[in-house]
Structures are given as C-alpha cells and as structure tokens.
Design a protein around this ligand. Structure first.
Ligand code: NDP
Ligand code: 8X3
Length: 251
C-alpha cells in the first residue's frame, strides 16, 4: 500500500506518517521544511523498513505542486491513500482587525493548496479506478467561533469539498472521507500566533487536548475499513471539549 501525506513535517501529519509506516505503508511525505522531511524519511525507513519519498514544496504554488506530483516514480504509484493534512490558522482576531496576509495565507493553503494537490493526484487514482482521499477538516469546519472567521471559512470550505469530491469521484471507485479534530496540541497554535510560544501554550492550559497520535489513529482506522465501507465524516474531540469554545479547564 502507498500513502501520500501532506504536511508531514509536524503534528498530525507526522504522526500519521509514522503510524502508516508502522503498518507497512510505503509513503510519500510532503512539506516545506526539507531538513525535517529528510530526518523523518531516514527515521521511518530505518525503523519500519518501508520506502519513503520526500517531496519538498509549497502547496500554495500550483506549478510546484503539479511538478512534485508528476515527479513521483512508477514504484510509488498508484497511490492508495492521499491524506490532505497540510494546513494552518493565522491569527485569531475580530474580522474588522484581521490581517490580509493572514487571510490570504489561510485561504491559499487550506483551500487552494488542498485543491492543487488533489487535482494533481486524482488522475492517478481515476486511472487506477481506486483510491482514498482523507481530508483533515476541523471542528472549525462544523461551527464558527468568535474571532475564528476566516480560518472557520476555510475549514467550512474543506467540509464542502469533502462532500463534493465524494459525489464526483463516486463513479471512479474513489472513497472520500474527512476527519475533523477539536483541539490538538501541535505546532498549530504557535503558527497561529506567529511564533508566540507563550500565547500558544495558554490555549491548552488546564485541559488535556488531543495529541497528534490520537488523530493519526483515527485517520488510519478510516483508511483501513473494508473496501465496501466508507467513513464519510468523523469529529474527534478532547473529552473535556464539547464545542469549539466550550472547554472544561482546571484552574
Ligand atoms: P502543525 O503546524 O503541527 O503542522 C502543519 C503541517 O502543514 C506542517 O507539516 C507544515 O509543513 C504543513 N504546511 C503548512 N503550510 C504549508 C504549505 N504552504 N505547503 C506545504 N505544507 C504546509 O499543525 P497540525 O498538525 O495541528 O495541523 C495539521 C492539520 O490539522 C491542519 O490542516 C489543521 O488545520 C488541522 N487541524 C488542527 C487542529 C489543532 O488543534 N491542531 C484541530 C483541527 C484541525 P511545513 O511548515 O514544513 O511546510
Ligand atoms: C483547529 C481547532 O478550535 O482552533 O482547527 O479551530 S480550532
């Protein structure tokens, strides 16, 4: 089996890559940080004896993304699973105070980037008459919370694309699923707050968030259902979180 996981240099994508490799998948891992990609490739190949192809590119660049996918050698095709994981939040502010650069970065990565990679990968799956696309959405794609405005909009777009892809790819034998997590402690909040580690830490203060392995296990379970079963959509939350802004914290 062969899986392509975007955003494998950190967090959920990295945990997913390790878990798939542990279970014998050969992998294509992607991200922008070449050093981390190479380190992960080495770690996975040594530990799990599977083949790993590391593709370093920015998912926001359509031509780069297309070229990276076209460079995949025959030995890594056809792809069984694409995990559309690369994504981010930038900023957490009222819409009237939002920064254009933050908005564009989120839209370009979470929506356009996800589309670019999917567009490049789909022909291989269509040709093979099989495949599985697993989109990493968010609780922010199921509800909107104050100051979440544009991030929530991008994840609502992922939710819509997940449904639309499933309909359009049905006749081609391609499964489409989404895993939508609540709070997961990764580099997500550090990125959201432009590197402010102290502010990021506060997000998880007094509560137990999900860890990236919790989400990876769900992604792997979704990917390994029998051929006649598709999991359309899953929301996975920390036990102490009932909604985006409802969290029980210890003081
Ligand atoms: P991390 O910041 O730990 O990981 C994000 C990954 O996305 C990194 O590997 C990063 O790689 C990659 N990425 C970001 N921008 C680009 C880009 N332009 N081109 C290529 N790769 C990119 O965060 P998470 O693991 O938490 O996030 C993974 C996904 O999960 C995201 O889609 C996020 O929205 C979603 N999510 C996260 C939740 C959370 O609470 N953490 C909850 C719900 C959903 P690099 O920087 O090397 O390019
Ligand atoms: C990340 C979770 O609640 O910050 O998608 O939107 S949240």
């Amino acid at each position: 089996m062969i899986g392509l996981i975007t955003g494998a240099t950190s967090g959920i994508g990295k945990s997913t890559a390790v878990l798939f490799a542990k279970n014998g998948y050969n992998l294509i891992i992607t991200g922008r940080r070449a050093d981390r990609l190479e380190a992960l490739k080495k770690e996975i190949e040594t530990t799990y004896r599977v083949n790993v192809l590391a593709l370093c590119f920015d998912i926001r660049q359509q031509t780069e993304t297309e070229a990276a996918i076209q460079s995949i050698p025959e030995s890594f095709l056809p792809l069984d699973v694409l995990v559309n994981n690369a994504g981010l939040a930038a900023g957490l502010a009222p819409i009237q105070d939002g920064q254009l650069e933050h908005w564009e970065r989120m839209i370009d990565t979470n929506v356009k980037g996800l589309l670019y990679i999917t567009k490049a990968v789909m022909p291989f799956m269509i040709k093979a008459g099989k495949g599985h696309i697993i989109n990493i959405g968010s609780i922010a794609g199921k509800e909107v919370y104050p100051n979440g405005n544009v991030y929530c909009a991008t994840k609502h777009a992922v939710d819509a694309l997940n449904k639309g892809m499933r309909m359009d790819l049905l006749a081609h034998g391609i499964k489409v699923s989404a895993v939508n997590p609540g709070m997961v402690e990764t580099e997500f909040s550090v990125v959201r707050f432009d590197g402010d580690e102290a502010r990021a830490k506060k997000v998880y203060e007094g509560m137990q968030p999900l860890n990236p392995d919790d989400v990876a296990e769900t992604v792997y379970w979704v990917a390994t259902r029998p051929a006649h079963v598709n999991i359309n959509d899953i929301i996975i939350m920390p036990s102490v979180q009932a909604a985006a802004t409802q969290v029980i914290r210890k003081s």
